[in-house]
Ligand binder design. Structure first.
Ligand code: HMG
Ligand code: MG
Length: 289
């Protein structure tokens, strides 16, 4: 997630070349998928305004899926022009968050996605559907698991191939995750689900391990260095740090295929442009890696 969720909230301009080098370096680290940009309104998220250029300039590694956000038809057309391998539409379980983030109600957003999904299918692009604020909303507080499930099912009905359930403000704890997954897994197969934990309260690794151990969810979104956050979720930190998540899974569950030295190399290149220090625990232990 680092090139998209990680960089989208940066206030200072990051040169396109630095983003390209970052993505190319991450591509060498064993990751199977990289969300490399967002075809969203440049007024809403100026930091992603050069996504087309990034896609056009970056060298791609065979076997890596390079995805991007595409919230409407304009975004989809740009994503196709950019040659993305996968697109993601995004909506939320909270109406207030949706209004602030995408200027639409949940129902309006789903209607907006209809032509996006059908055009993406014509272009043979796999489609991810994000459900943000699936546990807590920065404006409405706790969100019921039933409300989150409803939006997941509506996205699947539209034709998305997988759902990424977002703890946008990084507030959920393992019991919140259990409550939602108990409900979701009655309706949605585990292999259609990814979990997208932000790590504001330091719960993300525990949440991911619980989801893997108890529910066999095997796809987790992460951001190298723990960088990022959503511009419309004030105070939220970045996604769980890729290094910390990989370390936890290598310790408890087996090989992840991620080369942490190569992640560090990628982070060295982007570090001068990142406003906050990296938040991952493993960054303090670099010499031991
Ligand atoms: P709107 O203002 O309702 O849309 O925004 P509009 O169709 O009226 O367009 C307004 C202007 O934006 C127009 O330009 C359009 O051309 C332009 P103008 O005529 O004023 O010069 N525009 C675009 N430009 C480029 N690409 C596009 C595009 N669409 C419109 N695709 C819209 C609606 C959805 C476009 C806007 O609100 C938006 O882009 N929002 C995106 C916000 C965003 O990117 N948030 C962060 C990502 S979501 C996230 O971080 C959560 C996640 O990580 C999961 C989690 O953590 O929970 C995924
Ligand atoms: Mg996010």
């Amino acid at each position: 997630m680092a090139p998209r969720d990680g960089l989208q909230s940066q206030h200072s301009l990051i040169p396109t070349e630095a983003k390209v080098s970052f993505i190319e370096a991450l591509s060498e680290s064993g990751l199977s998928e990289i969300e490399a940009g967002a075809f969203v309104s440049p007024k809403a998220v100026p930091a992603m305004a050069d996504s087309l250029l990034v896609f056009q300039k970056m060298k791609r590694k065979k076997g890596v899926v390079y995805s991007a956000l595409a919230p409407n038809e304009k975004g989809l057309d740009l994503a196709v022009l950019a040659g993305v391998n996968k697109i993601a539409v995004f909506t939320a379980a909270s109406e207030t968050f949706n209004q602030k983030n995408i200027n639409a109600t949940t129902k309006e957003s789903l209607k907006r996605f209809l032509p996006v999904v059908s055009k993406a299918k014509i272009a043979s692009l796999p489609i991810r559907g994000y459900v943000s604020t699936a546990f807590f909303c920065p404006y409405e507080g706790r969100i019921s698991p039933e409300a989150a499930l409803r939006v997941c099912l509506e996205l699947l009905d539209l034709g998305v191939d997988e759902i990424s359930i977002g703890d946008t403000i990084g507030r959920a704890c393992p019991d919140d995750v259990r409550r939602l997954l108990d409900l979701c897994l009655k309706k949605i197969p585990a292999d259609k689900m990814a979990l997208h934990f932000h790590d504001t309260y330091g719960m993300a690794v525990a949440n991911a391990l619980a989801a893997w151990d108890e529910y066999k969810i095997a796809r987790f979104d992460a951001s190298s260095g723990g960088i990022g956050g959503c511009p419309y979720a004030p105070g939220a930190s970045g996604n769980v740090a890729l290094e910390d998540l990989a370390f936890a899974f290598e310790s408890c569950a087996g090989k992840t295929g991620v080369d942490l030295k190569k992640i560090n190399k990628a982070l060295d290149g982007i570090a001068p442009y990142i406003e906050k220090p990296f938040s991952s625990r493993l960054q303090t232990l670099r010499s031991a890696l």
